[in-house]
Design a protein. Structure first.
Length: 429
């Protein structure tokens, strides 16, 4: 007798698999949904943070502009505000902005020639943006620019030395030309007394003339192009030299790029820098020069901008160049190549000559040395120095270009202007 075979209930197994599959899909959909919500939330938070940062940036710039306006509209701002302290805070839009002034020496009111830092801060929720600019004096010319030589101490003319001027030489101390054959050929004035051989008018007890402070370098360091002293010939022997070349806004033979303002900065590292037998159309800023650094040979030197300084030295410097013409054939150098014309013309030959002089403002923060045994050097413009050693004949010719249109660093008074390339983005406090 055949036994009946019972079929297995396969449909139950199928229903179990289907249930698990449905649950897995549900979980995946839930996870994807939560992920989408999280992504949307993070995106919203990122977008909000970005918007906050953009608004804080605008507020920081507004703070700077507001601070400049406050300074420009307040002739006594140096005594109104305190260096390093927040001047004012305002609410605007979704946030706040504040501004402050900071003097490098910590005191705003001690020197009207000082530059200052203006810091603007914008805040929106957690976003904080800080902008900082340098303000430089933009008022009247310092009166040291009113004479072709202004010395901030005594001026003593050595034996057999003639200092020649077409106007007046001034000393904020005493001016003395009593040595044998020591002469001032022209007028002389001194805050103390004038004594000795002066061919023109002598004025004792004259008003003290104001010289720039250490901030005189700030604009030029902010806007200058660095020349590595080790890129100069002779640097390995600690005697770097700039010679037989043209240095100008469009020409920099030493690498590091050119400078549209013609401002070049050399940190000598106390090596002895010599500038000779070259043509410079620009402003040379010399830092940390060796004690015998200076100008010699023949030079045709003028700033790229007519009212700018030709030479700024943080230290002492010797001016003893020759008045003999700078000759292309003698130095096998074309001094008016394409891009650096002389009186509007350029060429490719080496047959031209150029008058040898240093035209513009010459400033030394320490001593201007007119070295013994040098030929008669010629400065056309204004030499400004803390002290002078006058042991070589020198001609000082006045130019009112700088007095009528003083360059950065040689102005004073309450009016200030932003140094163009000094904008910084600082770390938020």
């Amino acid at each position: 007798m055949r036994r009946a075979v019972r079929a297995r209930p396969r449909h139950r197994s199928r229903r179990g698999y289907l249930y698990v599959a449905v649950m897995m899909v549900s979980v995946m959909v839930s996870v994807m949904g939560f992920a989408a919500i999280r992504i949307a939330h993070d995106g919203l938070r990122t977008a909000t943070a970005r918007a906050d940062c953009e608004e804080a940036t605008l507020l920081a710039r507004t703070a700077v502009e507001f601070g400049v306006n406050r300074v420009d509209s307040n002739a006594t701002w140096r005594t109104t505000y305190v260096s390093g302290n927040t001047a004012e805070t305002f609410s605007l839009g979704n946030g706040t902005f504040e501004w402050k002034l900071t003097d490098d020496d910590g005191v705003l009111a001690d020197d009207g020639t000082d530059s200052v830092w203006l810091t603007g801060t914008g805040r929106v929720n957690d976003a904080v943006v800080v902008r900082r600019v340098r303000l430089v004096p933009a008022g009247d010319a310092l009166d040291c620019l009113g004479v072709p030589l202004c010395v901030n101490s005594n001026l003593t003319v050595a034996t057999l030395v003639d200092l020649t001027t077409d106007t007046v030489l001034h000393a904020n101390g005493n001016l003395t030309a009593t040595a044998v054959d020591a002469d001032v050929l022209g007028d002389a004035s001194a805050t103390g007394t004038v004594s000795g051989d002066v061919s023109g008018t002598s004025v004792s007890g004259a008003a003290t003339r104001t010289l720039p402070g250490s901030d005189v370098f700030d604009f030029y360091l902010d806007n200058g192009t660095q020349i590595d002293v080790d890129a100069l010939p002779g640097s390995g022997a600690n005697t770097p030299v700039i010679e037989n070349l043209v240095l100008a806004p469009t020409v920099n033979p030493f690498g590091g790029g050119t400078n549209p303002l013609g401002i070049y900065v050399v940190d000598c590292g106390f090596k002895t820098l010599t500038v000779r037998n070259c043509r410079i159309v620009g402003t040379l800023v010399v830092l940390n020069p060796g004690s015998a650094s200076g100008v010699s040979g023949s030079v045709h030197w003028e700033p790229a901008a007519p009212n700018y300084p030709a030479l700024l030295v943080a230290g002492s410097f010797r001016i003893g160049h020759d008045v003999d013409a700078l000759s292309e054939s003698t130095h096998a150098t074309n001094f008016n190549p394409a891009g650096v014309p002389y009186h509007g013309s350029f060429d490719g030959d080496t047959s031209d000559t150029y008058p040898s002089h240093l035209r513009g403002i010459v400033y030394t923060s320490d001593t201007l040395v007119l070295p013994f045994g040098s030929p008669t050097a010629k400065i056309v413009g204004c030499a400004v120095t803390q002290s002078v050693i006058a042991t070589s004949p020198t001609e000082f010719c006045f130019s009112d270009v700088h007095l009528n249109d003083p360059p950065p660093g040689f102005r004073s008074g309450p009016k200030m202007a932003i140094s163009p390339t000094s904008w910084h983005r600082d770390v938020a406090p």
